[in-house]
Ligand binder design. Structure first.
Ligand code: URA
Length: 435
């Protein structure tokens, strides 16, 4: 089958056979099929979509474009969690050690932040010495020893996705449900998992702004995972305001440490416990959400989860002393409060604008090659429904550059809306997708 015949077939709206998809992805991975033909196929998929069978075949072809980890040395059930990304989302950092304490193996391959959404790897690299680039052998060894490890995607894991994602980024083909499904699932499943819990974010600060699109993506990923015999479930969670009270790499490490010592903000803990309970249920280690949440709460209370976090960080070469005394983490030159312009109740804390402020401060990147500044970001964020008095702080800004601080200050002022009318806290958990 010539590549152009496959492109024409999809362009005209027909379903591709799994074998055609495999051949095309194999050719693209080796370079036999040039970028322009892959880009044309991606655009045809963008407009014509894919059936569940095609999406599963694309995922499988991309997953097997590189190594699939042999995790058979790990005897515990191997369950991971994936978030589609948001502002202040440090759930993975709390969740991995927490569920590992309950007997789940968590071989987690995470990403870097791009645009306004933060990345787990950037946050971890705010811990001096933490290595996110372990070899496969070291990675499995850390999981075998302490139950969890968080690293970055290697060149050998789903290389077709790495190439295709870069191409989609510059050809207007990112927002396609089958392409996103195959991209996320191929990388995650290449880590040799038994099951995966998906946190699909929805709202202003998320990739998916609309609930219907977020639900469609969640269904698509659950369907593909199940077709590949993985235990799957998904939860749709709100991302209209940041999760927790911090956004920015070192600041989020501080909040993670607080959470693992039982002092986490309510919204962060709610999402963490719901996703953690799903992981325990998929692992067969709890038969109800209540039992699972009680077990997780006990691991936080006893200090086991905190000790597991320190152990994981140490096995990655990270400086544990900087977690025990977070004043040792990098600190910004300018730290200033953002005063409220009027008294009242917070009715909006726009995650997108807060994410943009963090990006302006240097906490994120606009190109994959940009460096991030670990010290900058925002902390002490007020949440929707909370009361504030005029000139009292809505948040604290952390900056290393006066001009960037001025720009971020203005974005932050427009992110918050204050009203004399109180509003109730908006729901965080929107929907569970189990079938
Ligand atoms: N994240 C990914 O890894 N891939 C996509 O296509 C979108 C978000």
């Amino acid at each position: 089958m010539l590549p152009q015949w496959t492109i024409e077939k999809k362009r005209d709206g027909a379903a591709l056979a799994p074998e055609e998809i495999r051949e095309f992805i194999a050719g693209f991975t080796t370079g036999a099929i040039p970028d322009y033909q892959m880009a044309a196929l991606a655009m045809a998929i963008f407009f014509r979509g894919m059936t569940p069978v095609e999406t599963a075949a694309l995922t499988e072809a991309m997953m097997y474009s590189g190594d699939v980890l042999d995790t058979s040395v790990l005897t515990a059930p191997k369950i991971d969690k994936h978030s589609t990304g948001g502002i202040g989302d440090k759930v993975s950092l709390v969740l991995a050690p927490l569920v590992a304490c309950c007997g789940v193996a968590v071989p987690m391959i995470s990403g870097r932040g791009l645009g306004i959404t933060g990345g787990t790897l950037d946050k971890l690299e705010a811990i001096p010495g933490y290595r996110t680039n372990l070899t496969t052998r070291e990675f499995l060894d850390v999981v075998a020893r302490c139950g969890c490890s968080i690293i970055g995607q290697t060149d050998r894991l789903a290389p077709a996705d790495k190439k295709l994602y870069a191409l989609r980024d510059v050809t207007g083909t990112v927002p396609s449900i089958p392409l996103i499904t195959a991209s996320i699932m191929s990388k995650k499943l290449a880590a040799g998992l038994d099951g995966l819990v998906l946190d699909v974010k929805c709202g202003r600060g998320a990739f998916m702004k609309e609930r219907a699109a977020a639900a469609e993506l969640a269904h698509s990923m659950v369907r593909v995972g199940r077709a590949m015999n993985k235990k799957m479930c998904a939860v749709l969670t709100a991302m209209d305001q940041p999760l927790g009270r911090t956004a920015g790499n070192a600041l989020e490490i501080v909040e993670t440490c607080e959470a693992l010592q039982g002092r986490g903000p309510a919204d962060l803990m709610e999402v963490t416990l719901v996703l953690g309970a799903k992981m325990l249920q998929l692992a067969g280690l709890a038969n109800s959400c209540d039992t699972a949440q009680a077990l997780l709460a006990e691991k936080l209370k006893s200090g086991e989860a905190w000790r597991k976090w320190l152990e994981m960080v140490q096995l990655h070469g990270g400086d544990v002393a900087a977690l025990e005394d977070t004043a040792r983490l990098s600190r910004a030159k300018f730290i200033e409060p953002l005063p409220a312009q009027q008294s009242g109740f917070v009715v909006q804390a726009d995650a997108e604008l807060i994410g943009k402020a963090c990006l302006v401060l240097g906490a994120g990147r606009t190109k994959t090659t940009d460096a991030v500044d670990h010290a900058v970001g925002v902390s002490a964020l007020l949440k929707i429904g909370e009361r504030v008095e005029r000139s009292q702080p809505l948040a604290t800004l952390h900056a290393n550059d006066a001009a960037r601080l001025a720009e971020a200050r203005s974005l932050m002022q427009s992110a918050f809306q204050i009203s004399a009318q109180s509003v109730s806290e908006p729901p965080l958990l929107l929907e569970e997708i189990t079938s």
